[in-house]
Structures are given as C-alpha cells and as structure tokens.
Design a protein around this ligand. Structure first.
Ligand code: NAD
Ligand code: G6P
Ligand code: MN
Length: 442
C-alpha cells in the first residue's frame, strides 16, 4: 500500500495529539511515511511536537517526524495537509465570546458576531496555508476543519476556487454516533440524508444500509424527550457539562421543526436569549477549554518530555476523529465514501442558490466530492438558510473589499443580532479587539 506524507497545520492545536494517535491507530488502512507539524507559534507547537517525537519513537519509529515553523520545510513533499488553525488562538476566542455578551447577545466561536469576527481572522491564515500547500506540494489536498468552517469555505470558493481544499465539520459525525447509540446500531450501519449550511442543518433521513429501515421517527421520539443526551458515551469529544446542555437542548430544536432532526448549533439561532441567560460573561467556553482540554493536553505533553517516555502519557486516541482518515482514504484510494462535506450547492438542494456553500452528503473519490441531490427543502429552512448564508457571503465580501459597510450589514443580517445599532456598536468593539488580525476596513 502507498505510504503517505502528512503535515498538520496548526500543530499546536489541542486536537493535534488526539489526531496523531488516531492516525497511528489507523496505519493498517492509511500508512504514513512522514508526519510533520506546522504552526506559526513555534513555542506552543514545540511542547506538543517534542512530546509527540518521543511518542512516535516508541510507537511508530518508522514514521519520520518533525515540527517546524518554516513553510517550505512543512509543505514540501506532502500528500495531505490536515488543517486546524485558530487565528488569534484562545485569547481571541475569549474576545469573540465576551464582546457580544456585553450587549446581551450570544457569544459563540462560530455563530453570530463571534463567528463573524473569527471568520475575518481565519481567512488570512487559511489563504496563507493554502498558498504554502500549492507552492510546495501542488498535488496535495487540504482536509480543513479550521473554523468558522462556513465562512472559511465561502472564502475558499471565492478566493481560491481551484484549490484542492475539502471543508468538513465533526458535529454531524459526533451526533450520528449518538443517534446510532439511541437505536442500538453503529454509525457504519447507517446512511443519512442531510441539508443545510455548516452548523446550520437538519437530517431528513437516517436509514439502515442493510435493510433500508428508516429510523428517523424512532430517533425523534427519543430526542423529543432527551435531546441527543445518551447513556453510553460514544461521542467522546463533546462531553463537558456545557456540551451536555447543548445535546439536551436539541429537544427544543425538534419542537420548532418536528419533521427533521436538528444540528445542535441551531440552538444559538432559535434560543439566543436562553443561551445568554445560561452564559457566564466572565467565564465562557474559551475559559472552560483553557482550564480543561488545553491544560490537560499541554500538561500531558510536558509530562512526556519530563519523563522522556510516552508510556501512560495521558494522550488519548481521538477515535471519533477517524472520519479524517476516511476522508483521506477516499481521496487516496478512490473509496467513494459517503460523507457530509461543505460544498458549493450547484443544485444539490434544488431550491437553493447554486453558489451557496452548503453541507450535504457527498460521494468522495480521487477527484474530490460529488454532492448528492437532496431535493427541495421547505420554505422555513430555506428562508433561515438564505439569511445565514447571505451574512456569511457578506463577511467574505467585506474582507476582500475592506468594507466597513458590508461587515455592518453582515452583522445586521445575523439572526442573533437584534438591530443595526447594536450591530454597529458591536462592530466598532470588534474592530478594536481584532487590530492586527483583520484587514483595515473603510
Ligand atoms: P488551538 O488554539 O489549540 O490550536 C490552533 C493552533 O493554530 C495554535 O497552535 C495556533 O498557534 C495555530 N495557528 C494560528 N494561526 C495560524 C497560522 N496562520 N498558521 C499556522 N498555525 C496557526 O485551537 P483548537 O481548539 O485545538 O482548535 C483548532 C481549530 O480546529 C479551530 O479552528 C477549531 O475551531 C477547529 N475545530 C473544528 C472542528 C470542526 O468541526 N470543523 C472541530 C474541532 C475543532
Ligand atoms: C464541534 C464543532 C466544531 C467546534 C467544536 C468546538 O466539534 O463541530 O466546529 O470547533 O465543537 O468545541 P470546543 O470544545 O472547543 O468548544
Ligand atoms: Mn464544526
């Protein structure tokens, strides 16, 4: 079997160890000859990089491993770029969450004003790494899960239309794991139909591949009572208390649209006041992650370095992230795997704009994704999606044109922002907080 060379962009990410462990766990179906970490914060990355070097020497000495901040070293001779960068890191995520909360508005990593602010930062970093990939390994593919994926995907469509970048999200994967547990199946046994935007969609079908049995009603019955809260933990990434509350809230998302199973992120659009009432403006999700996942991962890494061994290290396989291997294999081995990806609509949703970046099931092979037709969607969802996708598009336009006016309009369009005045005040605050990260707006 061919052996692959991979660079993880955003090597200092809290998710890097879990993904590296997951890659090692999948070597029989996706063999690796070289693995590199790339980050523009060498100091942060070195903690994980030095620890992973020890781990790889012990567990997979045949894999050539390095970590670097030099784009040429990182991106030369790679088959895949696995990208999870966070431009501005946790310090800026904290701002994205806390600034809107000052106005009594949802502060969230990818939704509403927080997501828009993050999008304006991410575009620069994403275009940078896409260009590095194309300069140094023009045949490579980028598997991108850097957020906010919806805005990033739209920026890719407009600014790098021919680049081989696949934008993907793990929320539907995690939720499908929960659904499969609810009905006593495994995710591999199920096939779904789904339509929407990233972090803004609905399942219209969850079927047994072998028998064709439709489980939608059975799952709905459970979700109407419990949301996606399950007894056995199958979706290991989304476990903190705040995530449990999110899974539970799906119950109220199903209540407003009983025909389909909702993506958990819809809660920020349908129940923003509830979210704000249940937020602590002094301690948001960014604080929770810094005190939790980030601390745990970096403490484990320092422990490995100190002891000189990764035995009993505290690095865990992110088994839930194995969809990244499925995606890489689909490209590498033309597997025709069916996966949800964020792609240009072009008719996949029959009554929605061709040039909208939508999230739908695709068949993925060596030439990339082929979106599957999802038919027509109801007006309720279509209207919500049009408002949201237009806001996302206007962020990208504002970025390209350096337009204050367009970004103000984008913020006003967000369902989470109550009016144009608040949008303007928010925008002025966000501009100050994002100095050095955003293009200048005029
Ligand atoms: P993190 O801050 O721990 O890691 C991100 C790393 O990216 C940092 O080390 C940072 O220095 C680096 N970075 C920032 N700008 C860069 C640039 N221009 N070039 C190279 N490196 C750069 O963040 P995290 O919590 O581990 O999350 C990483 C990313 O993955 C985020 O964007 C997050 O939203 C995303 N994510 C997406 C999904 C999904 O469903 N698509 C799931 C999980 C995480
Ligand atoms: C889900 C979403 C991601 C998001 C992550 C945030 O997996 O699909 O897009 O980045 O949750 O998780 P966190 O634990 O950092 O709040
Ligand atoms: Mn996501």
């Amino acid at each position: 079997m061919k052996e692959f060379s991979i660079v993880i962009a955003g090597g200092g990410s809290t998710f890097t160890p879990g993904i590296v462990m997951m890659l090692l766990d999948n070597m029989d179906r996706f063999p690796i000859r070289e693995l590199k970490l790339y980050d523009n914060d060498g100091e942060r990355q070195a903690i994980l990089g030095d620890a992973l070097e020890i781990l790889l020497k012990e567990q997979a000495p045949q894999v050539k491993f390095s970590h670097t901040t030099d784009p040429e070293t990182a991106f030369t001779d790679v088959d895949f770029v696995m990208a999870h960068i966070r431009v501005g890191k946790y310090a800026m995520r904290e701002q994205d969450e806390k600034i809107p909360l000052k106005y009594g508005i949802v502060g969230q990593e990818t939704c509403g004003p927080g997501g828009i602010a993050y999008g304006m930062r991410s575009i620069t970093g994403m275009m940078e790494i896409i260009d590095h990939m194309e300069n140094y390994s023009p045949d490579a593919w980028m598997l991108n899960y850097s957020n906010p994926a919806a805005i990033v995907a739209e920026a890719c469509r407009v600014m790098r239309p021919n680049s081989k970048v696949l934008n993907i999200c793990d929320m539907p994967v995690g939720t499908l794991r929960r659904m499969s547990q609810i009905i006593g199946k495994t995710p591999d046994e199920l096939e779904v139909r789904y339509f929407g935007l990233n972090h803004f969609g609905w399942w219209t079908s969850v079927k047994d591949i072998a028998t064709g049995h439709e489980y939608l009603d059975e799952i709905k019955e459970y979700v109407a009572e419990n949301g996606y809260l399950t007894q056995v933990e199958v979706d290991t990434q989304h476990m903190d208390e705040s995530w449990q509350a999110t899974h539970k809230k799906a119950k109220d998302l199903l209540a407003i649209e009983p025909r389909f199973l909702p993506n958990t992120y819809l809660k920020y659009y349908f129940y923003p006041d509830y979210e704000v009432a249940h937020s602590n403006p002094a301690f948001t999700r960014a604080n929770e992650v810094m005190a939790g996942r980030e601390k745990e991962v970096f403490t484990a890494a320092r422990g490995i370095i100190e002891k000189g061994t990764a035995e009993n290290s505290g690095f865990h396989i992110d088994s839930h992230a194995s969809f990244i291997v499925d995606l890489a294999r689909a490209i590498a081995f033309n597997t025709h795997e069916r996966m949800l990806l964020i792609v240009e609509n072009n008719g996949a949703i029959a009554n929605f704009d061709d040039d909208a970046m939508v999230e739908v099931p695709c068949i993925v092979g060596s030439d990339g994704p082929e979106p599957l037709a999802q038919g027509k969607i109801p007006n309720f969802e279509r209207a919500l999606m049009l408002q949201q996708v237009t806001a996302e598009k206007m962020v990208v336009e504002a970025y390209i044109e350096g337009s204050y006016q367009k970004l103000w309009q984008a913020l006003s369009l967000s369902k989470i922002v109550p009016n144009a005045e608040v949008a303007k005040n928010l925008l002025d605050d966000l501009i100050v907080a994002n100095k050095g990260f955003w293009p200048e707006l005029n």
